[in-house]
Design a protein around this ligand. Structure first.
Ligand SMILES: NC(=O)c1ccc[n+]([C@@H]2O[C@H](COP(=O)([O-])OP(=O)(O)OC[C@H]3O[C@@H](n4cnc5c(N)ncnc54)[C@H](O)[C@@H]3O)[C@@H](O)[C@H]2O)c1
Length: 392
């Protein structure tokens, strides 16, 4: 094979964006073979805009037609695991949109299908391609920050209007989406938190339902994570603040990193803090440090970078920055945060119990309202890639 024939399942906002990029030859080694959506109007529109591409309104028909080598799944979250599992079982390479799913149980089945298939399985954690996060990870993992102490992330620049929440029936409902900001916008940041700083061992959370919008899921959350090492992480997110903040601070025994406004600030202690603390003979003292600021020259390749890696992995066996099986880690954190918040801020050990979470989720689904959609707000948005990239 010298070109991967890709099919996009779900041609809404992001699915159409991926399809258009592939159609316009922006992804080396990949061509667009087919589109699939249950919404006939969207499918016809996409078919007209991207001519010559096959269209299907049932993903099972698409999969059995074998007109593609790989599928990119950009449907609402609940459908990522069942569609991906079906595709992997039919030996397709699969790239799913984030989040991996809504609850960990279904994601485990998808991961088993990926292992059985031996096919390439990736997830669209496009922010892992951002050079600042990559550098922060490299500094932490290499030990240059010393023993990690604390991570603090304020990520409140995911601002969304009520119009956004009204734009489709699945959004911001337990039945259709399965969560709010922790499952739609902040999965990128929760994934990066664990990618850079490691998986917490327990957490407590407060998820505020409909604090800023008329919705039944959370649009604001605060999570406090514990690590076995004694380190901690504080994570604050919201879709109801403007102007928002994106500030990631990581401190360790050898200094501090701050990622903010598109730059990485790095304070490097000349003496480890733990050593200095017990060696100093003054009450108030300061540790000598060096300071540098990094503005990366390397570009953030984002979604296109993940798509190009997916094609490269299929054609040449090269590595993925975001392997699909790693998608479950973000869900462990968000599932645990919901459990904690539903149970009055209880401490939840990670990974949370799959069955307990699913049982609680089902209670929320059973109370979930059927959402009516205003015809004026429904449909595909204008392409808005800046909304989907790392914003500072
Ligand atoms: N990585 C990113 O930057 C990013 C950005 C936006 C959205 N997303 C993710 O992509 C997914 C889709 O989000 P969106 O904003 O594009 O939503 P959307 O509602 O605009 O699009 C979803 C599409 O899936 C279609 N669909 C529903 N059920 C289907 C089925 N059974 N078969 C085929 N198509 C089906 C819908 O008709 C709709 O067109 C979500 O999981 C979201 O979290 C990721």
């Amino acid at each position: 094979m010298d070109t991967v024939r890709a099919a996009v399942i779900g041609v809404g906002n992001i699915g159409y964006f991926h399809a258009k990029n592939i159609f316009e030859n922006k992804v080396p080694g990949m061509t667009l073979a087919a589109l699939c959506d249950i919404d006939e109007e969207k499918l016809v529109k996409a078919g007209v805009e991207l001519p010559g591409v096959l269209t299907y309104c049932d993903y099972r028909e698409l999969l059995t037609a074998h007109v593609a080598d790989a599928v990119i799944i950009a449907t609402p979250h609940y459908l990522h695991p069942p569609i991906a599992t079906g595709a992997l079982d039919l030996r397709y390479h699969v790239l799913i949109e984030k989040p991996a799913g809504v609850y960990a149980g279904a994601v485990r089945e998808m991961i088993s299908a990926a292992e059985r298939s031996g096919r390439v399985f990736g997830i669209m954690f496009n922010q892992r391609k951002n050079p600042l996060f990559r550098l922060a990870r490299e500094i932490v993992k290499s030990g240059r920050l010393g023993e990690p102490k604390r991570l603090c992330w304020i990520i409140t620049n995911w601002y969304r209007t009520q119009h956004y929440y009204n734009s489709s029936s699945w959004r911001a409902t337990w039945r259709g989406e399965g969560g709010g900001v922790l499952l739609n916008q902040a999965p990128h940041n929760l994934d990066l938190l664990q990618w850079i700083f490691g998986m917490p061992s327990a957490l407590r959370a407060d998820c505020r339902v409909g604090r800023h919008h008329n919705i039944e899921v959370e649009d604001e959350a605060a999570i406090y994570c514990e690590y076995d090492s004694g380190a901690s992480a504080v994570f604050i997110t919201s879709t109801g603040e403007f102007p928002g903040t994106n500030r990631l601070e990581i401190s360790g025994d050898l200094g501090k990193l701050v990622l903010e406004e598109g730059r990485l600030k790095w304070w490097r202690l000349r003496v480890p803090e733990r050593e200095f603390c017990f060696a100093s003979d003054k009450d108030f003292d300061k540790i000598p440090f060096d300071y540098e600021e990094v503005v990366p020259e390397e570009k953030d390749t984002g979604h296109l970078g993940i798509l190009a890696e997916f094609a490269g992995a299929i054609l040449n066996g090269t590595e993925l920055t975001a392997p699909g099986e790693e998608g479950i880690n973000q869900l462990f954190i968000s599932n645990a945060a919901y459990l904690s918040s539903w149970q009055g801020g209880r401490r939840v050990a990670l990974p949370p119990d799959d069955d307990e979470f699913y049982a609680e989720l089902r209670k929320h689904i059973s109370r979930s309202a059927q959402k009516k959609i205003d015809a004026n707000t429904a449909g595909r948005d204008e392409l808005c890639p800046e909304r989907w990239q790392t914003n500072w």
